[in-house]
Design a protein around this ligand. Structure first.
Ligand code: NAD
Length: 327
């Protein structure tokens, strides 16, 4: 591939993906389109911003004129990370989630169709499948879509548009649906960096409900490697689940983080649960393993220790990007 458009590359997963790709695929030009919302920071791309095969464009995926002009330059592929991504914000104000995640994705699909872009990879989430009971098997690609939050509903809507563009126009569209990511550069409103930030200040660590909600954790770099594999070798029209096989309750995660920081467990403070809080996610990645040979490279225990150490070393970054956050 000669030119790839990556959207949302100044956010958590997008910047980790670009960091790997800009270095490891020097023959490809990587163009990052990002609106720099509260979650997107140029600081996240600082270490590769001057690379000759990297270019940043400030703008929104919903801006039809800008997107049209950008696509006129020609792309071989699009990887769409750009999104509003925080469930709590989607409960407080769902509209921007529809605008960015649904209309923005449709705008990109349309431009890709008009300009004959050969691949379109949509970065989705396992949250589109809804919630599992304690004994249910993990989500497969055949699990029906049953989103419960406005965030998950907007991502499921985008997935359906991707499917429709594949079926109707024969476009080479692929979707990845990943479980919860952890790792460096995650915006400190999300569970793990938020817990680290509170604990480092010796403040109560706010845990929703009874803390028994289960999530399946995957290191962000393992997700990014899966995205690269699907981009380069995935079968057109396919959905690929990406999961860590690391199910933990939020209470366990809180204790792991506190232990890694040497902080007492009595910092844990149970707070009123999120409305409609999904109880359990677990994701079966056997299709990705079987078809594309994906393997996890970051064992959870080591990955989480390294992640906590990264946030301790980069406390100034966390303070800067989270200056606007309450609490
Ligand atoms: P993030 O919130 O950290 O970053 C989102 C990025 O998108 C930011 O840089 C932001 O500025 C940019 N953006 C937002 N609106 C935009 C717009 N209209 N135009 C251009 N750019 C815009 O999100 P993340 O955690 O990196 O997630 C990236 C993608 O991966 C999302 O699509 C999300 O649904 C998906 N995903 C995330 C996780 C996770 O655990 N974080 C898991 C599975 C899937």
């Amino acid at each position: 591939m000669r030119r790839v458009l990556v959207t949302g590359g100044c956010g958590f997963i997008g910047c980790n993906f670009l960091r790997l790709m800009v270095r490891e695929r020097p023959e490809t030009e990587w163009v990052n389109l990002d609106a720099l919302t509260y979650a997107g920071w140029l600081e996240n791309t600082e270490d590769f911003a001057d690379a000759p095969n990297y270019r940043f464009v400030h703008g929104s995926i919903e801006d039809a004129q800008l997107v049209e002009a950008l696509f006129s330059g020609g792309f071989d592929a699009v990887v769409n990370f750009a999104a509003e991504s925080h469930v709590d914000r989607s409960i407080a104000g769902p509209r921007v989630f529809v605008e960015t995640n649904v209309l923005g994705t449709q705008n990109l699909l349309e431009a890709a169709r008009r300009h004959g872009v050969s691949r379109f990879l949509q970065i989705s989430t396992d949250e589109v499948y809804g919630s599992l009971g304690p004994d249910d098997p993990p989500f497969t690609e055949e699990t029906p879509l049953r989103p419960n939050s406005p965030y998950a509903a907007s991502k499921a809507s985008a997935d359906l548009l991707c499917r429709a563009y594949h079926k109707t126009y024969g476009m080479d569209v692929l979707i990845t649906r990943c479980s919860n990511n952890y790792g460096p550069y995650q915006y400190p409103e999300k569970l793990i960096p938020s817990f680290i930030r509170h604990a480092l200040r010796d403040e109560p660590v706010p845990l929703y409900g009874d803390g028994m909600n289960v999530r399946d954790w995957l290191h962000v770099e393992d997700h990014c490697r899966a995205v690269a594999l699907v981009l380069e070798r995935g079968r057109p029209g396919r959905v690929y689940n990406v999961g860590g096989g690391n199910e933990h309750t939020n209470l366990e995660i809180t204790r792991i983080v506190l232990d890694a920081l040497g902080k007492p467990h009595d910092l844990i403070s149970f707070v009123t649960d999120r409305p409609g809080h999904d109880r359990r996610y677990a994701t079966d990645s056997s299709l990705l393993r079987r078809e594309l040979g994906w393997r996890q490279e970051h064992p959870f225990e080591r990955g989480i220790r390294e992640t906590v150490a990264w946030y301790v070393e980069n406390a100034a970054w966390a303070e800067k990007v989270s200056a606007g956050l309450a609490g």
